[in-house]
Design a protein around this ligand. Structure first.
Ligand code: BGC
Length: 714
């Protein structure tokens, strides 16, 4: 007979064994368990918003509300629940990060990680679950009002920056939302336009960044765009959502609609959309609300159409670890937002994004020899955080270029500001009195800085509208020409998130810096670059055409389309793929940017093999800083396929590396190319194809400055 103690010990032992054998519930099990407990009404309530930026909670099952927020440059000011108005909070001012165009122009994937980390932290502090970024559409036309919210004309560059941004932001416990899927490349008629694009253009140009976001970035949500594709609205597009995104790419997260991008209950219910945001007409019901419930009850739709949507929403909640948790605690957030550390991240990105386009020995400026500095132009004093549409930010602070210069040099240099031009609705208006005043200010100065370009006013770099043309607004060409004439010692700082014409004065200006919107530390970053404390190391992420009429969406067309449809007849010939191949000289090419130092490329080696269908290609070369100051170089690797069954661009970007080099220092750069780097998409077989034969591997400092070449055979 066993003693009492033995029995107790046996009971304890078996309970330990049993517990340790009990495998924890998998994510899928957690989801399925909840799903089985929900009523149909509850399920339907989960698949649409209940305020402008939240979804409803189901407290009896511990299902929390989802808190969503724009946008790519930081967490947007708190929105009122039932209108586009501000919630008028006093504690929601945040870090204002540079625009994604700026981030991409650093070509620095580590900075994309830093951006994502800092951005994710701010979102957590603000109690957000899903951040509506990054914007990943391709810069197809220079006129798109949202080019500045996106990254580049090149899908490879967008992919590399986006993947790191997504991974880092999501590592902080939030989800991000890759937007706007897909082919939302113009603002004009965005809510109705039907995009027709070839399968090849779709696969090679417009989808690869989204594909990378899903497969490599493991992005947890995707936003369907406003436009139609091949006759179907993107949010009701079975091909884009079910077949490609969820089918081919295996996306497991949730697809939400852009705000008001749903138009039909039946199509939205069956095409792969999971979450409808923004009620019909701005108030009342949702297509995926009562009308869906009615359709199911009337037997027009099977109740299980709702299950996959809810399953994905719950899956995201499991990944965010918010099931059964209380509402986020945002007490004391004002002090935690926009900290000096995150401002420093914003500054580093801003500094590395500035692109030096021209320098006739005028930069860096020697502020010791400058007694009087003329600072001219509205962009010297304009704050950009408060405009542009959904990317608007209530910034903790924003240092303008003039403030940055005053802070840094105000004690030793007399800075005279002249407005130069007036920002008005009439983009063509020229203010002669302001030009005269600017000329006078410039003439009496030792050096002149003009801060011009675009801003977030409607019709320029702004959501909802496109630009009418590529011209500088408000008579800036006249202003710049007159100022250069009055004082040739002039540097222009162009702040623009999309291409502008500069041909009428480019020959005459001694120095030109080009940037997108630089965030809260704009002035600090620009003062540092102008003074040479920071060596500019950004490069163009899109081609700057001489004029709009040179750009492929204009020449090959169409833009903005006719009779409700835009045909992407430019096909795969987007950006440099067109300029390069057709030998059209742009004003500045894709990938271009100068430095205060110089670099040499030597010791080229390309090793390539294709064994058992596995491609291994390693490109290596040495870069030497041959100048007198430290600097950073962005080396670019392009692949060319000289003989191919389908026409291919002269070359395509397939790798890059940003290297920091002290004066005189050399470093070896290594870039690996995978199979996809050599493939094209064959619409006939619906497959990526590697055509065996010769390939050229180019390395250089920009798309039109190839310094090293080697042929390989695969
Ligand atoms: C924009 C989205 C944005 C959403 C919510 C839409 O108008 O296209 O980018 O996330 O509004 O503000």
């Amino acid at each position: 007979m066993k003693s009492k103690l033995t029995l107790i010990l046996m009971a304890v032992f078996s309970s330990i064994v049993l517990n340790s054998c009990k495998t924890p519930e998998s994510d899928d099990q957690k989801v399925e368990k909840l799903l089985s407990q929900l009523t149909l009404e509850e399920k339907v309530s989960l698949i649409h918003g209940n305020t402008y930026f939240t979804t409803p909670a189901i407290p009896r099952l511990g299902i929390p509300a989802l808190h969503l927020s724009d946008g790519p440059c930081g967490v947007r000011e708190e929105n009122a629940p039932d209108s586009w108005n501000s919630a008028n909070w006093t504690n929601d001012a945040t870090a204002y990060f540079p625009s994604l165009t700026s981030l991409a122009s650093t070509w620095n994937t580590d900075l994309a990680t830093d951006f994502g980390n800092a951005y994710g932290e701010e979102a957590v502090i603000r109690g957000k679950d899903i951040m509506l970024a990054p914007g990943m559409n391709i810069n197809r036309t220079p006129l798109n009002g949202r080019n500045w919210e996106y990254m580049s004309e090149d899908p490879f560059l967008v992919s590399r920056i986006a993947v790191n941004y997504i991974k880092a932001a999501q590592s902080k416990g939030i989800a991000v939302c890759a937007k706007h899927y897909a082919l939302n490349n113009q603002e004009q008629d965005r809510g109705t336009i039907n995009v027709e694009a070839s399968e090849r253009a779709l696969r090679e140009i417009y989808l690869p960044a989204f594909e990378a976001a899903v497969k490599e970035g493991e992005v947890l949500s995707v936003m369907g765009s406003y436009n139609k594709f091949r006759g179907k609205f993107a949010c009701q597009n079975t091909y884009l959502l079910r077949d490609i995104l969820k089918g081919e790419w295996g996306f497991r997260g949730l697809v939400m609609s852009d705000w008001g991008a749903v138009h039909n209950t039946m199509e939205a219910a069956t095409s792969g959309l999971d979450l409808e945001m923004f009620p019909i007409g701005g108030k009342g019901d949702y297509y995926l609300g009562q009308p869906l419930l009615d359709s199911i009850k009337a037997g027009k739709l099977n109740a299980n159409v709702v299950d996959d949507k809810v399953r994905r929403i719950l899956y995201v909640m499991v990944k965010l670890n918010i099931l059964g948790k209380p509402e986020p605690d945002t007490t004391g957030m004002a002090a935690k937002l926009g900290t000096p550390e995150r401002a420093m991240t914003a500054l580093k990105i801003a500094e590395e994004s500035v692109i030096l386009l021209k320098n006739n020995q005028v930069l860096p400026m020697n502020f010791k020899n400058i007694k009087t500095l003329a600072v001219i132009g509205d962009n010297a004093t304009r704050k950009h955080s408060r405009g542009g549409g959904s990317t608007i930010i209530k910034a903790k602070y924003e240092i303008t270029p003039l403030e940055g210069l005053q802070k840094r040099f105000g004690n030793s240099v007399k800075i005279n500001f002249a407005q130069g031009y007036t920002v008005s609705k009439n983009l063509k208006a020229i203010d002669q009195a302001l030009i005269a005043e600017a000329v006078k200010t410039a003439a009496s100065a030792d050096a002149v800085l003009i801060f011009g370009g675009l801003n977030h006013e409607p019709g320029l770099d702004c959501e909802g509208t496109d630009k009418p043309d590529m011209k500088l607004p408000y008579g800036q060409d006249e202003l710049i020409k007159a100022v250069i004439k009055a004082n040739p010692n002039t540097v222009v700082v162009m702040i623009a998130g999309s291409p502008v014409e500069m041909g009428s004065w480019i020959q005459d200006v001694k120095g030109l810096l080009y940037t997108s919107y630089l965030g809260m530390e704009t002035g600090t970053a620009l003062a540092g670059v102008l003074a040479g404390e920071v060596n500019p190391s950004g490069k163009l992420t899109y081609t700057l055409p001489v004029k709009l009429e040179d750009s492929p969406s204009f020449v090959l067309g169409e833009y903005p389309g006719a009779n409700g449809t835009v045909n992407y007849k430019d096909d795969i010939w987007v950006g440099y793929r067109y300029f390069d191949t057709k030998n059209i000289k742009p004003l500045f090419p894709f990938g271009f940017g100068l430095s205060y130092t110089t670099f040499a490329y030597t010791n080229y080696k390309v090793e390539a093999s294709n064994k058992a269908d596995v491609v291994n290609c390693v490109v290596s070369f040495e870069i030497t800083n041959t100048g007198k100051v430290d600097g950073k170089e962005i080396a670019q690797v392009y692949v060319s396929d000289p003989e191919s069954a389908l026409p291919r661009p002269l070359k395509e970007l397939k790798g890059f590396a940003k290297v920091s080099l002290k004066a005189g220092e050399s470093k070896t750069v290594q870039v690996s190319l995978d199979k996809r780097a050599f493939q094209y998409y064959d619409p006939a077989t619906k497959q990526w194809v590697l055509e065996p034969g010769k390939f050229e591997i180019f390395a250089g400092s920009s798309s039109d400055n190839i310094l090293l070449k080697q042929q390989i055979e695969l």
